[in-house]
Design a protein around this ligand. Structure first.
Ligand SMILES: Cc1cc2nc3c(=O)[nH]c(=O)nc-3n(C[C@H](O)[C@H](O)[C@H](O)COP(=O)(O)OP(=O)(O)OC[C@H]3O[C@@H](n4cnc5c(N)ncnc54)[C@H](O)[C@@H]3O)c2cc1C
Length: 396
């Protein structure tokens, strides 16, 4: 160990700050490590993650490309996941007694279903590190090393006087308020509140799209498809004050496939009412609504569905346009898009290029993900990069 053990101040006792402190404590025994936290207790947010179950990571088994899950920071995450992969996270917590369970879409949770187990594991790992709570840091102290892990949103205030470029923080992972006031006795989409179906969503003219389960709520659209689109379109929609058209494709078939499917249904069921048979996978309530939205009477038999009516149905199912009129907070998870620009940092160490000894990890970075455990994995991996680079500089 070098005789010149540094004094290290970590700003923010969240997932990244505590994980970084735990690594530094074991890698630099004897170092003077302190964490300063603005809130009343450390890891308060971690305790409510994943609805109190903590979706700690993801096995990436359903991920095709990192850019698909990290709309900002995919290149950094490629490197960070090499340096500190998912398995390293599981090993680290596993060694401390945490067992895991993997759920749909690769989501990893503690088998205890209790975020407090993750919180307590981290708290034990940082035992001996000084944690001051209730103190908001607004400037750097005289420490040799600062690790800024103060999360997204308001956390960026501390950066005002530092030589880092800031990508303006805007919210990500929200649901959409939809204004839909149909005329002629038609029901509004929100009348289907509670209904969940597979769909694709698009912001017209942008190339921004997502696919997956769409949940219709009292206020509009939520569920994985909407949250994913909110992440991809976070900056674009912020620029439009969250007012934009949005297109729903109610089927994952392409237009030709859908046309032949509807043709087949029409041929096979000439006497049946339109509302009684719909394309496979479409909930009956939704089919009824879509017939109505296409101006078709659901009680009419299929034999009366002409080419024009069929064309209108195809159009509604493929390109059903609504108006986003605002965003709604998604209660289970939200993150900040934006933060410290990666261009200001050495990507291998996450140290500020113009301020040696100043490091960043976690959500304060311009890195964020869709839901599924990817955001916490970013916190673990980027904190590991920082701790490793500090340890390699000051350890023996
Ligand atoms: C409700 C909710 C549920 C979530 N669930 C999941 C999930 O299941 N899986 C997942 O992957 N992600 C989830 N996320 C996202 C995930 O929690 C964050 O990405 C992660 O916590 C980021 O860690 P962090 O340490 O960078 O920041 P944070 O955990 O936000 O910690 C930052 C800390 O810094 C403190 N701080 C801020 N400014 C200052 C200052 N100036 N001085 C001192 N202290 C300061 C804050 O009080 C805070 O304690 C969820 C988010 C929310 C809001």
């Amino acid at each position: 160990m070098s005789s010149n053990i540094p004094r290290i101040t970590i700003v923010g006792a969240g997932a990244a700050g505590c994980f970084c402190a735990a690594q530094l404590k074991s890698g630099l025994p004897g170092a003077d490590i302190r964490i300063i936290e603005a809130g009343r207790r450390p890891l308060a947010k971690l305790s409510i993650t994943g609805g109190g179950r903590c979706n700690i990571s993801n096995d990436f088994s359903t991920v095709h490309s990192l850019a698909e899950v990290y709309p900002r920071g995919a290149n950094l995450m490629k490197r960070a996941l090499k340096e500190f992969p998912v398995q390293a996270t599981l090993d680290w917590f596993g060694k401390r007694g945490v067992l895991f369970r993997t759920e749909n879409e690769g989501r990893i949770f503690p088998a205890s279903d209790d975020a407090m187990q993750i919180v307590n594991t981290l708290l034990s790992a940082v035992e001996g590190v000084s944690i001051t709570t209730g103190q908001r840091v607004d400037r750097l102290s005289d420490s040799d090393i600062h690790v800024i892990t103060c999360g997204g949103g308001r956390g960026t205030e501390i950066l005002k006087n530092l030589p880092v470029k800031i990508e303006t923080p805007v919210p990500s992972l929200f649901s959409f308020n939809i204004s839909d006031s149909p005329s002629g006795g038609r029901a509004a989409i929100t009348a289907l509140s509670g209904l969940c179906c597979k769909a694709a969503l698009f912001i017209p003219g942008t190339g921004l799209r997502s696919e997956g389960d769409l949940l219709i709520t009292d206020w509009g659209f939520s569920g994985p498809a909407a949250l994913k689109l909110s992440s991809y379109a976070a900056r674009y929609l912020a620029g439009l004050s969250y007012r934009s058209p949005i297109v729903v494709r109610w089927t994952l078939l392409n237009e030709n496939e859908l046309r032949s499917e509807l043709d087949r249904i029409r041929r096979d069921n000439p006497r049946k009412m339109l509302r009684s048979v719909g394309p496979e996978g479409l909930p009956a309530r939704l089919w009824d609504y879509l017939l109505n939205r296409s101006g078709l009477e659901g009680t009419r038999p299929y034999s009366e569905l002409g080419q024009k009516g069929l064309g209108r149905l195809v159009q509604t199912l493929m390109v059903d346009t609504y108006q986003i009129s605002g965003k709604n907070r998604f209660r289970d998870e939200f993150v900040t898009c934006g933060g410290v620009s990666l261009s200001s940092l050495n990507i291998n160490t996450l140290e500020c290029k113009e301020h040696p000894g100043l490091y960043f990890a976690g959500e304060i970075l311009d890195v964020d993900a869709i839901t599924g455990g990817f955001n916490l994995q970013a916190a673990w991996s980027t904190a590991a990069i920082v701790s490793k680079s500090i340890i390699s500089k000051y350890g023996t």
